[in-house]
Design a protein around this ligand. Structure first.
Ligand SMILES: [Zn+2]
Ligand SMILES: [Zn+2]
Length: 346
């Protein structure tokens, strides 16, 4: 049997539950594609699964990772769109039904049959990974594999949040929470591209130069977690029209307080799984809409590929690590010692 090297998470737990092992190369069903992985993005989602915070649909042992790019190695018998040798980028979901009302209207992330790789299925922390053909798009030669790996999760998600769900328009004031993270650095760029005036919030003073470089008009540093007053001050005293919230519970109260009347608050990430309580009247008295999005459709990924290929937006990889370093990478991510998005390279 053909084997491959993979980072296998044996059970939920601390960093050392991830070990490099030889495991069988996954067999292909008729619609499956085997991709040789050239880079895998590391996402906070991976940490939440490994730590046992996120539980639904997950069985161990599991190969983490839902951010992959590479070259097609082999295809199942009914695959039409791809052939061995193709460069490909992937969505965050590895399969969906293809025929429900969501799949038919470019909203595959809402499909009831949708499976995420590195979550419901084995993922990209491996030399090869298996994915359904519907979840792949050609990766043009102008985009490297490391950049290709993060197009769907780190960029597609914020394109969905800012452009589509948040309906950001030229002149809007937009707040990005957790701006120094993988979603955050791309949210700043995406918001600028949509014509917004961008306020970036971070709790790490060391990340300010990166946020400026990404195009933030204002950076609010809040080591104590209180930032609403500062955001309102730089937001013309009124607050922001759109929030792209990559953090969730820990910043929700402050970010909500920083909104202007009529704002759209878009939830994208949840780093702790904690609960929040708030008065619902606080929303409707200000006419604030609470919205959310979680991952990227095929058409949104196609738009991201075009934007990056035409250099309207830069896929920002801040560091590269070897497979063996996965436990250390997770630790650095949790300790907020990483900026932007990093990749594991097989
Ligand atoms: Zn991700
Ligand atoms: Zn479906």
């Amino acid at each position: 049997m053909k084997t491959m090297r993979a980072i296998v998470t044996e059970r939920p737990g601390d960093y050392d539950v991830m070990v490099v092992k030889d495991v069988p190369v996954p067999p292909l069903g008729p619609r499956d594609v085997l991709v040789r992985s050239f880079a895998s993005g590391v996402c906070y989602h991976d940490h939440l699964i490994r730590a046992g915070v996120m539980k639904r649909g997950i069985t161990f042992p599991l190969i983490l990772g839902h951010e992959g790019a590479g070259i097609v190695e082999a295809v199942g018998e009914s695959v039409r769109a791809h052939r061995p040798g193709d460069r490909v980028a992937c969505t965050q979901w590895t399969e969906c039904c293809g025929v429900c009302r969501f799949c038919r209207t470019n909203r595959e992330p809402l499909c009831a049959q949708r499976k995420l790789y590195g979550h419901d299925r084995d993922g990209t922390y491996a030399e090869w990974f298996r994915i359904q053909e519907d979840s792949l798009l050609p990766l043009p030669p102008e985009i490297g594999f490391e950049e290709g790996a993060i197009l769907s999760c780190a960029i597609g998600t914020v394109l969905a949040a800012i452009r589509d769900v948040g309906q950001t328009r030229a002149g809007d004031r937009l707040l990005v929470t957790g701006a120094g993270g993988g979603l955050g650095v791309h949210a700043i760029q995406m918001a600028r591209l949509c014509g917004a005036w961008v306020i970036a919030q971070t709790s790490s003073p060391g990340k300010v130069p990166l946020l400026r470089e990404m195009g933030a008009d204002e950076v609010v540093v809040s080591e104590d977690g209180r930032f609403a007053d500062a955001v309102r001050r730089v937001g013309d005293g009124e607050g922001v029209d759109v929030v792209c919230d990559n953090v969730g519970a820990p910043v929700f109260q402050e970010a909500l307080r920083a909104t202007a009347r009529g704002a759209r608050y878009v939830l994208v990430g949840e780093l702790t799984g904690d609960q929040v309580t708030f008065s619902t009247a606080r929303l409707f008295l200000k006419g604030v809409s609470l919205l959310s999005t979680m991952s990227t459709s095929r058409t949104q990924l196609a738009d991201v590929i075009d934007l990056v290929r035409r250099r309207r937006l830069r896929a920002t990889i801040t560091e590269r690590f070897r497979f063996e370093e996965a436990p250390r990478v997770h630790r650095l991510m949790v300790d907020r010692k990483l900026s932007g998005r990093v990749v594991l390279v097989p």
